[in-house]
Ligand binder design. Sequence first.
Ligand code: PLP
Length: 423
Amino acid sequence: MSYSMNTKCVQAGYTPGNGEPRQMPIIQSTTFKYDTSEDMGKLFDLEASGYFYSRLQNPTCDLVAAKITELEGGAAGLLTSSGQAANFFALFNICETGSHIVASSSIYGGTFNLIGVTMKKMGIDVTFVSPDASDEELSAAFRPNTRAMFGETIANPALSVLDIEKFARVAHAHNVPLIVDNTFPTPVFCRPFEWGADIVTHATTKYIDGHGSTIGGAVIDSGNFDWEAHAGMYPGLTTPDESYHGIVYTKKFGKGAYITKCVSQLMRDFGCSQSPQSAFYLNLGLESLHVRMPRHFENGLAVAEFLSQSDKVESVNFPHLKGNKYYDLAQKYLPDGGSGVVSFVIKGGRTAAESFMKKLRLIAIETHVADARSCCLNPATATHRQLSDEQLIAAGIPAGLIRVSCGIEDKKDLIADIAQALE
Ligand SMILES: *Cc1c(COP(=O)(O)O)cnc(C)c1O
């Protein structure tokens, strides 16, 4: 039986049996008990599925990962301790020293740093490309050692909309998978697998949690990328893993190969696991995701429309606003809505931005987005302060830009707060 998105948000993942708890149990246990060492040995050898240590896998976390996997229409998924860990795992699972990544330059500052600085130190090179580049320009960024292409459905904070079909087409022409960070629209508004993406990541910290309570991430695999067809490029998946007695992931796990490798190597060696308690909170968020997302979007659109009519405002950026550079892509990939995040450039630059933010009463200054409560930020002095002026421009973030994350309050109150602060 296949249910609609709304029903899956509420009920997917955990299906209690007769007499079992209605709510998902929190299995707050580091370890699991077995009758014989032989039973446990099979788990260590990946010969049987089951739990032995929560650094690798935990039943509560797996239920929540299964729900997000179902929402995205994927084959397998896992939770991580943060969105940063999710993007690192998604890439490092198929890259190693000597590999190269092609990534959109219009991405979250933390991810830009992860790929552009930290992974570089591991000997993994990157070429950043404009999300607006043509097929030919994107193709030119590829090298024989390129192993992944990366972008964000709606970039944080530039709010550019990724042409997922174009990126997937170019990635596949070079025999590499497309990884899409789908944090902003969530699967409620966009399912990148339907447009050709191969792997999806999330900072569940944002709308999936939705209440500013829990840092977390997720990696979901569509199961569609044919690793064996390009076996020489992905030896980690297609040749024996000596740390598991010579298992070949693609042979043994099929569509589960990528996620199984991610759990059994990266989770084993790096940790970055989500806690069962936090996974439980994420599930509470997921249960209302389909109700909250349309309200976030409705408020975002109303605030964007209000700002675009103000003479105190230089420009407004919201993909669904008529005249926006990404309006057509938004209509195509996000027909029902995008996110509640709006950015605008206030007249008077940095000084005006600072005094505007000081005057807000309801909308709080926070390093956060996608909370039920509205908040705002000046990226150039906060999340993106590591970036040089040139990098800021490349990422589409002028120094005087203000990002407002519209919560699920009444839009009239949000607009009134902004109006009084603009005066
Ligand atoms: C916040 C965010 C991240 C990082 O997530 P954390 O949970 O803060 O580590 C990654 N990608 C996007 C698009 C984000 O908004």
